[in-house]
Design a protein around this ligand. Structure first.
Ligand SMILES: NC(=O)c1ccc[n+]([C@@H]2O[C@H](COP(=O)([O-])OP(=O)(O)OC[C@H]3O[C@@H](n4cnc5c(N)ncnc54)[C@H](OP(=O)(O)O)[C@@H]3O)[C@@H](O)[C@H]2O)c1
Length: 337
């Protein structure tokens, strides 16, 4: 182990807009051997999430910014290759907070052991059966609180979180309308996932008019993944006592000083509740959530798409796909074992 080299992509300085190779360069360093109570992982999958862009900035957030000089932070799935603790053995596969790197060393207490023989692809523990599926489940059910017959509108609807939100809302007996950025994405959510309507926000012209047409009875729950102009249009279409679940504002992540929403007065006009959340608010219910998502998945009630990109050296161009919309579902880097 002592001779192993760890390739890492680290944060050299903080980007003001889209990160480039100058912000996230590469280095080869000796692998850090595990201390007492720690394990060393060879990473197999690295999750690429929009939130990582937020952690690259030093603005106040729900977790600390990535320190300058540290590997870019990501959730990883890795195989234990050296263990210095009782709970993990060599060969175990775990999920952990790691980085854009080949090897991660960390405390075993913060690693979750996964069953690689459960008949479920390991990568799905980062997506539909992992943080993104749990975000959709708890954000929709606990914050959006949909009731049968209500209309649920979701943005980034063909993405990792949004596509699961729409399918769960359908299971609750809701009318579901998705907003997405291409005809292909709109076709997928309508024809394969069973959304009632889909709006291509890049081609529809007047978005408020398009939402009104797709939601003739108004919107009862808006699950917001993007913020910006789409949020502003959605605010104008809310019903009395509607709920806005603020999951993410990806349209602002690369824009320093992006303007805030203009139509927040609608919260007063329609007695609306708008609530932000992070999935870790529900950490003590993750096991319950994974069970539920797994049941739906195994029963064929929940579909998902993953885009798996091979090779650590492709990690930055792959990450940028989240911001031009060219990712097809949950975006993951694979480092072949
Ligand atoms: N609160 C939480 O705990 C939590 C947890 C996970 C994720 N999130 C948030 O959930 C949202 C979705 O994350 P995800 O992992 O599921 O990613 P994703 O939806 O799979 O990918 C991001 C998508 O966002 C859309 N997008 C990018 N830039 C945009 C812009 N300027 N305007 C409108 N849409 C834009 C693109 O889809 P189109 O082609 O449709 O434009 C892109 O494919 C993000 O805001 C993320 O930060 C929050």
């Amino acid at each position: 182990m002592r001779d192993l080299t760890n390739r890492q992509y680290y944060l050299a300085f903080r980007p003001d807009s889209l990160p480039g190779p100058e912000h996230v360069p590469c280095r080869d360093v000796p692998v850090q051997l595990p201390g007492e109570g720690e394990a060393l992982l060879r990473n197999i999958y690295i999750s690429l999430d929009p939130a990582i862009r937020g952690w690259m900035s030093d603005a106040h957030n729900y977790i600390a910014p990535i320190p300058i000089g540290a590997p870019v932070r990501s959730t990883v799935i890795g195989r234990v290759i050296q263990s210095n603790c009782r709970s993990l053995e060599e060969g175990d596969v775990v999920m952990a907070v790691g980085g854009w790197e080949q090897y991660t060393t960390g405390p075993a207490a913060a690693m979750t052991k996964l069953d690689e023989h459960a008949g479920i692809p390991l990568s799905s523990f980062l997506g539909a059966l992992g943080p993104t599926g749990l975000t959709a489940l708890f954000g929709l059910m606990e914050v959006g609180k949909p009731r049968p017959g209500e209309t649920v509108l979701v943005s980034a609807a063909a993405g990792a979180v949004g596509s699961v939100v729409g399918q769960i809302a359908k299971m609750q007996g809701c009318r579901v309308v998705g907003i997405a950025g291409s005809e292909e994405k709109c076709r997928w959510i309508k024809e394969d996932l069973g959304f009632d309507e889909a709006i291509n926000y890049k081609a529809c012209g007047d978005l408020e008019a398009a939402i009104r047409q797709a939601c003739p009875g108004g919107v009862d729950v808006y699950f917001d993944n993007v913020g910006g102009e789409i949020l502003d249009a959605a605010l104008l279409c809310l019903n009395k006592y509607a709920r806005v679940a603020v999951c993410g504002w990806i349209s602002t992540y690369n824009e320093n000083g992006a303007p805030g929403p203009r139509n927040l007065w609608q919260l007063v006009a329609e007695s609306v509740t708008m609530q932000g959340f992070v999935v870790i608010d529900y950490m003590d219910r993750f096991a319950e959530g994974v069970d539920k998502l797994a049941q739906w998945l195994l029963a064929g009630k929940l579909q998902y798409r993953e885009e798996i990109v091979d090779g650590l050296d492709n990690i930055l161009p792959a990450f940028l796909k989240l911001f031009d919309g060219s990712n097809q579902g949950k975006l993951i880097i694979r480092i072949p074992e």
